[in-house]
Design a protein around this ligand. Structure first.
Ligand code: IFG
Length: 523
């Protein structure tokens, strides 16, 4: 609108004849299709510049040795839509055209995940103290290209990159998504697709909910029937499946190439029907329970008094730890409604030390806080009410809390009553609800410095396909990612909804079937 008015004015003046009017182009408003100030998650500092950088067939990518892998990721990101060669050179080598430079520096302000990004007509520079930071800088740079950059086929067009400078670093170090692959099984390729989709919003952790009542999804060599029998079922009698350890290692490696740590979860002592269906000896009465494909929760419990239970748990933790380069295992602990409180305590007392025995720290649903875990453990809050005294007490003892309030961060909650998939036990969660909270007020008495970060869990009782994942995760996941990354001061729905609207064409170009919330003025 503004631009039209201006053009009308200029045209009117031109009719008056001399003095010569500057050409319309030179005073036209910049077509702000995208700018450094539109990046999601919102950067700490972003200053737009009028002059873009024009990517051309002669552009090269320069990177020091340690940054080569990120440079190759960037090349792979830009090549499909541009068709340009974008060769990767080490910074020292002679280079042809203008360059996108990635290199590591010492810079206290940036921390371990921050970056500096400069886009100038003469070139682009990303600097960071680690390759994680460079990778985050690449995700921001990606958003400065036209949305068509996300196309998998060559688009014959110009590739102007919005100019400006960004200095950025995250508010919280733990920014996570969770995928429940137990209620419904998702193939390694489906998991990798989700990894690519969440990486663009600087998510750095993927929690895989590998075991539950309806399915066991990871091969454990010392207990083979967990996968071969426990992996056969899924909710609604849908096809099951499981990851061999080889496939799981491949998923972990793929996630690492996107600078994402995998946190594997074995849920216990509840949510264990698939394991106890697979092995009769894991049941107090020595009889295997029947398989369950409904979506009830809270009816199962490991047999707390049985010695073999702890052999089972230790074997699983040992094998899972060997498959996990990351810092954390997730030991579940939720909804143990069929485990007596004193038995829950006894179980946690025996099991919690096993993580450290195999070199890991652990996350657990916030019920584990009752069992006074070591201060390195991370209770994961999934309540809907800020009053959670056992969580507050854990924080006061020194535990960091991972925030995933179900009425804000659970991506399996329906958007509205007409949403075809998802649940609604924690309420209907539209895009603004999912953005409208802060981790530092999610639990009474848990302050900023007692928070590990945020997670957006996606439970799969009602979903079966990548399309279903995309419809529920987008556009709410970018909002959770922003809550985890951006300064609290930048948190503002009116500004965010405009930036989110500009993500629409980018998601569409990626083929992501996102929910077009009426709360957002999609471009
Ligand atoms: N609560 C259960 C999940 C899942 C979820 C669906 C937790 C920690 C409801 N436990 O969330 O297994 O059924 O929204």
């Amino acid at each position: 609108m503004k631009r039209t008015l201006l053009l009308g004015l200029v045209a009117g003046l031109a009719l008056l004849g001399p003095p010569a009017i500057a050409s319309i182009e030179s005073i036209a408003l910049p077509t702000v299709e995208r700018a450094v100030t539109d990046i999601v998650p919102a950067p700490v500092e972003a200053k737009a510049a009028a002059e873009p950088f024009l990517l051309t067939p002669g552009t090269v990518i320069c990177a020091d040795k340690e940054s080569l892998e990120v440079a190759q990721y960037l090349q792979a990101l830009l090549k499909p839509a541009t068709g340009y060669p974008l060769p990767v050179h080490s910074s020292a080598e002679e280079r042809g055209g203008k360059a996108i430079e990635l290199f590591l520096i010492k810079d206290g302000k940036l921390g371990a995940e921050g970056y500096r990004l400069e886009v100038h007509p003469e070139g682009v520079r990303i600097r960071a103290t680690t390759t994680d930071g460079l990778f985050s800088g690449v995700q921001s740079l990606r958003q400065l290209f036209p949305a068509a950059i996300e196309s998998k086929t060559v688009q014959t067009r110009e590739w102007p990159v919005a100019g400006g400078t960004v200095v950025d670093f995250p508010r919280f170090g733990h920014r996570s998504a969770m995928l429940d692959v137990a209620r419904h099984f998702f193939t390694p390729d489906q998991v990798k697709l989700y990894i690519d989709q969440i990486a663009q919003y600087k998510i750095n952790t993927l929690h895989l909910h590998l075991t539950d009542d309806q399915g066991w999804r990871i091969e454990i060599k010392s207990w083979p029937k967990l996968a071969t029998i426990g992996g056969q079922t899924a909710v609604g009698g849908d096809p099951g499946g499981y990851y061999t350890q080889e496939q799981y290692r491949d998923i972990v490696a793929y996630a690492a190439s996107r600078h994402i740590d995998i946190v594997p979860e074995v849920d216990m002592p509840g949510h264990t029907n698939a394991a106890q269906h697979s092995y009769a000896e894991l049941n107090c009465d020595g009889v295997a329970v029947p398989p369950r494909t409904d979506i009830e929760v809270g009816y199962s419990s490991l047999c707390i008094g049985l010695p073999i239970t702890y052999t089972f748990v230790e074997d699983v933790i040992r094998e899972l730890s060997a498959l996990t380069p990351g810092r954390y295992l997730h030991i579940g602990g939720d909804e143990a409604h069929s485990t007596k409180p004193e038995d829950y305590q006894a179980f946690q007392d025996k099991v919690q030390p096993l993580a450290a025995k195999y070199g890991k720290e652990f996350i657990g649903w916030h019920e584990i806080a009752k069992a006074t875990p070591p201060v390195t453990a991370v209770p994961q809050f999934w309540g809907t009410n800020p009053t959670a005294p056992e969580v507050t007490a854990a924080a006061q003892r020194g535990n960091k809390i991972l925030m995933s309030p179900a009425n804000r961060a659970y991506l399996d909650m329906k958007y509205n009553k007409d949403t075809p998939i998802g649940l609604s036990w924690a309420g209907l969660v539209e895009v603004q609800d999912s953005y409208g909270w802060d981790p530092s007020t999610a639990v009474t008495g848990v302050a900023e410095n007692q928070i590990a970060g945020v997670e957006a869990p996606l439970w799969s009782e009602t979903i079966r396909t990548s399309d279903n994942i995309e419809y529920l995760a987008f556009p709410r996941l970018p909002g959770i990612a922003e809550i985890g990354w951006s300064p609290r001061a930048s948190h503002d729905w009116t500004a965010y909804r405009d930036r989110l609207a500009k993500q629409g064409p980018r998601l569409t170009a990626q083929g992501i079937d996102f929910y077009r919330s009426p709360q957002v003025d999609w471009k």
